[in-house]
Design a protein around this ligand. Structure first.
Ligand code: GMT
Length: 378
């Protein structure tokens, strides 16, 4: 099948899922065309089956806002015609589902029929999409897509609750290539980061308000009062500066490392003992799944789809949003003795197996086939 994938090319979860999906589909013999404004960060190699088409948005001084949706839908029209793309799979409703619908209409005018599969990822529904300024366009684009998937049951419920949806949404959870995480680093250079008796706690995100970064730091502050520990803060975003200040205020600067954006997530997770994700909302929590696949237990909130990923008392613990005290106590419970820690590490790894890409990617293939079939009949 020739599939066009539209996504954000950044470090965010939706872009990562879209890229990993495209790469796996290409290995399974499909021809994949990524169409976005720059090469996705996890897309290192282009090949016979993997193509990248850049969307250019010419700057014009008249426009206060450059019209990306317009450039994207025009590019989609051109690429579908040029490469004979049979189906468009757009990740993140805003503005991708909207731009794809426009492309579909333009192509129909020229006698070219192409179905659209939209995958909802989270903030496109819970934070941005449900804002009154976007809501009508997001509702319209979801209802007009030929198939819609969401990355968790919780996100499906949110979508049904927040929007007037007149169609079915299929839940296809995010996935992980377990083989990538079955690395046997003979040496992940743990000693560069911490002493032998220190536990390593890690947080990875885009440092947005929704991640509740101050809670990450307060939880760590409580942990390091109980046992020797270091905190690895990985990622960039608007809350980072305030986080650095809080670390200074609490007098723990010598115990916290800020990495910025990193291409070495697997190495950082390899030497981590615990992952913190105290988010306010989280449709799935791909970062938590990546941690578990690296045998790192997770302390998270119980919001959104997190309880579908992290199993309370098994792969980690879940608490109410903002309950820093309970999250700190649970973290110490896991870290205090080696046997408990090793048990949680093994459980985290076992839990991650449920999201093996070999089980999940065929669900997307099935959706593509069904959608193409029913689209052509109508
Ligand atoms: O976490 C973010 O803010 C990035 C965002 C994105 O769109 O890339 O992540 C969302 O999609 C991920 C992939 O499906 C999910 O794992 C994240 O839970 C979700 N983020 C939120 O719901 C806040």
């Amino acid at each position: 099948m020739k599939i066009g994938i539209v996504c954000y090319p950044t470090f965010g979860g939706s872009g990562v899922v879209a890229t990993e999906l495209g790469l796996e589909l290409s290995k399974r013999g499909h021809e994949i065309h990524f169409i976005t404004y720059s090469q996705p960060v996890r897309l290192e190699l282009l090949s016979k089956n993997v193509h990248f088409h850049e969307v250019h948005v010419p700057e014009y001084p008249l426009f206060l806002y450059q019209p990306y949706e317009l450039a994207l839908s025009s590019k989609l029209v051109d690429m579908v015609k040029l490469h004979g793309i049979e189906l468009l799979h757009v990740h993140y409703a805003i503005p991708h589902a909207y731009a794809a619908y426009m492309a579909q209409q333009m192509l129909m005018d020229e006698g070219v029929l192409i179905p659209i599969v939209t995958t909802l990822h989270g903030t496109d529904i819970t934070l941005v999409g449900s804002h009154p300024f976007y809501k009508p366009a997001v509702t319209f684009s979801i209802n007009k897509s030929d198939a819609v998937t969401s990355v968790s049951a919780s996100l499906k419920e949110d979508t049904m609750r927040l929007f007037n949806i007149k169609r079915d949404i299929q839940v296809i959870p995010n996935f992980i290539d377990l083989e990538k995480y079955n690395h046997n680093f003979t040496d992940c250079q743990r000693e560069m980061m911490a002493a032998n008796d220190e536990r390593i706690i890690t947080h990875i995100s885009n440092f947005r308000e929704v991640k509740r970064i101050p809670d990450v730091i307060k939880i760590f502050y409580n942990i390091q009062k109980e046992l020797p520990a270091k905190l690895m803060m990985v990622g960039e975003g608007p809350e980072k500066e305030a986080a650095e200040l809080l670390v200074e205020e609490l007098g723990i600067s010598n115990r916290v490392v800020f990495f910025g954006k990193s291409h070495e997530i697997d190495r950082i997770l390899c030497f981590s003992d615990l992952f913190l994700l105290p988010s306010k909302t989280e449709s799935f929590g791909l970062a938590a799944l990546e941690a578990m696949a690296s045998s790192v237990p997770v302390i998270s909130t119980n919001t959104g789809g997190l309880s579908e990923v992290n199993e309370d008392g098994f792969s980690g613990f879940l608490s109410d949003v903002g309950d820093v005290k309970e999250m700190s106590e649970n973290a110490v419970k896991i870290l205090l003795d080696v046997d408990t820690l090793n048990q949680f590490k093994a459980n985290a790894k076992a839990q991650s197996q449920k999201f093996d890409l070999r089980n999940i990617v065929p669900m997307y293939e099935a959706i593509y086939e069904e959608t193409l079939k029913s689209f052509m009949v109508h």
